[in-house]
Design a protein around this ligand. Structure first.
Ligand code: SF4
Length: 469
């Protein structure tokens, strides 16, 4: 079937089936994540109490989210006081229009961009390219997936699905480089191309990891120094961020920077941590002439209004829940078809893009709770997946489920009938082998890849009586 005609759910199931059978892919993801797990566990022990840090972080973000209006006002007032232009965008279209108009007014030709998931969320690159601008991603992983015309595979590690050999082939094809699988040489090849971009770009676009209400600053944390060059060298700096990025106080960074480094990449702290509070001030020798901050809502206020799931706005996009999720590890990042993958993506995408179209993501979970257990800000992820399932059914009930449950309730509340049904099921189950996985098998969706568990002929009461003897 043409991919453009498939529903998001059908596409997800088709891709999940294909990717989960790819054992090479599975091993590649597992091996990348094994190194991460060792590093993360080591760094967590450096905290006096990782659990205490999680609790403190959850409380700070909860306070920030519950007073979001006040914190945003404070942030904007402080930013504007130093000459920053703040743009409010309710929708992705408004955010794109705001950025396009800044770029147009600046007579810009080329744009350099550092990693920003919000930019993926609003499909910014496609809009800029359609308007005739050249956009180059400066983060190495993002640059690689840009050359492949792909979406990032992971919130933190955009190119984790590729081998060094595949990256080398890509660089040979797209950049005319010599073959190499040495990571340093591969980095240098990309670096030679990217360095020129910083110098010639008129506009630099970044995201933000945090927005500090108290001081009116945005905080960007990274390992390559590319975001710093993206923000500092071009004439104009545009930062695009979701309104939930708020932290109330500057001192909160003392907790959140090492926490993001640890949970996100197994590092004590990321290499470059920079605060931006405005354009170049009189007497300063560097920095952009103009600084624009675009604050994106895109249904975040609707999520804020949901008292049950509001805490999903506390997410600091560390990606830790993806790393431990057995579904993500088997189906991979592209299968989700969303900007945010894994457990957090499955929780928030139905809010951002519509519950009925994206409810299948809530079913793509074993509900093992590993995501909730690892989340540094203690978002109750697996519980929210259950709530999404419940909300989807309440909004649009599946007609036959009601009747199926009635039949079940009828049998389950009549002991004699229940006992008789179990005996019959156990007696006739061997016949199932004759039609197993074929068109006549009513359970073929299950039996195509799994064994049907044998039906116990006895009830629990029979089992209990047997134990007493
Ligand atoms: S939900 Fe938690 S673990 Fe997942 S990306 Fe957000 S902060 Fe990290």
């Amino acid at each position: 079937m043409d991919n453009t005609l498939m529903s998001a759910a059908t596409q997800f199931h088709t891709d999940a089936d294909r990717v989960s059978h790819d054992l090479g892919h599975r091993e590649r993801i597992r091996s990348a994540l094994r190194k991460y797990e060792v590093a993360r566990d080591d760094k967590q022990t450096r905290f006096q109490s990782w659990e205490g840090a999680r609790q403190a972080a959850a409380e700070i973000k909860w306070e920030a989210i519950n007073h979001l209006d006040q914190h945003l006002e404070q942030l904007v007032e402080k930013l504007e006081r130093r000459g920053t232009v703040v743009h409010w965008a309710s929708t992705p279209a408004q955010a794109r229009d705001a950025i396009l108009s800044i770029v147009k007014n600046a007579n810009a030709r080329s744009i350099v961009k550092s990693k920003a998931m919000t930019a993926e969320e609003i499909h910014l690159n496609a809009a800029l390219e359609k308007a005739g601008y050249s956009v180059v991603e400066s983060d190495l992983g993002e640059y690689i997936v840009q050359l492949r015309h792909e979406a990032p595979y992971h919130i933190v590690f955009p190119a984790m699905h590729l081998t060094r050999g595949e990256i080398s082939e890509l660089f040979q094809r797209e950049l005319g480089s010599e073959p190499t699988t040495d990571p340093e040489e591969l980095t240098m090849i990309a670096r030679r191309v990217l360095r020129g971009q910083y110098i010639t770009a008129d506009v630099g676009i970044t995201g933000a990891n945090f927005a500090i209400a108290e001081t009116g600053m945005i905080s960007i944390t990274e390992n390559e120094g590319n975001a710093r060059l993206t923000a500092a060298l071009p004439r104009i700096h545009i930062a695009l961020l979701g309104i939930e990025k708020i932290l109330p106080r500057l001192e909160d960074l003392a907790l959140f920077l090492p926490m993001l480094g640890t949970a996100g990449a197994g590092q004590l702290i990321t290499c470059y941590n920079t605060l931006y509070g405005g354009p170049r001030q009189p007497g300063e020798t560097d920095g952009p002439e103009e600084f624009h901050v675009v604050l994106l809502d895109h249904n975040r206020t609707a999520l804020l209004a949901d008292a049950e799931q509001r805490d999903a706005l506390s997410c600091i996009r560390c990606g830790a829940c993806l790393n431990v999720c057995p579904i993500y590890r088997n189906v991979g990042g592209h299968t989700y078809g969303t900007t945010y993958q894994g457990p957090i993506g499955s929780v928030i995408t139905p809010h951002l893009r519509g519950l009925q179209d994206w409810k299948h993501l809530s079913a793509a979970s074993s509900l093992c709770g590993a995501c909730t257990e690892t989340c540094p800000v203690k978002i109750n992820l697996h519980h929210h997946l259950l709530q999404n399932r419940r909300n989807a059914v309440a909004e649009r009930p599946v007609w036959w489920e009601k009747y199926a449950m009635r039949v079940f309730a009828f049998g389950a509340t009549r002991p004699a009938l229940w006992r008789f049904s179990l005996k019959m099921a156990a007696l006739f189950q061997p016949l199932h082998a004759l039609v197993k996985s074929g068109p006549l098998d009513p359970a073929r969706a299950w039996t195509a890849t799994r064994e049907l568990p044998p039906v116990e002929g006895d009830t629990f009461a029979d089992y209990w009586r047997g134990r007493q003897r």
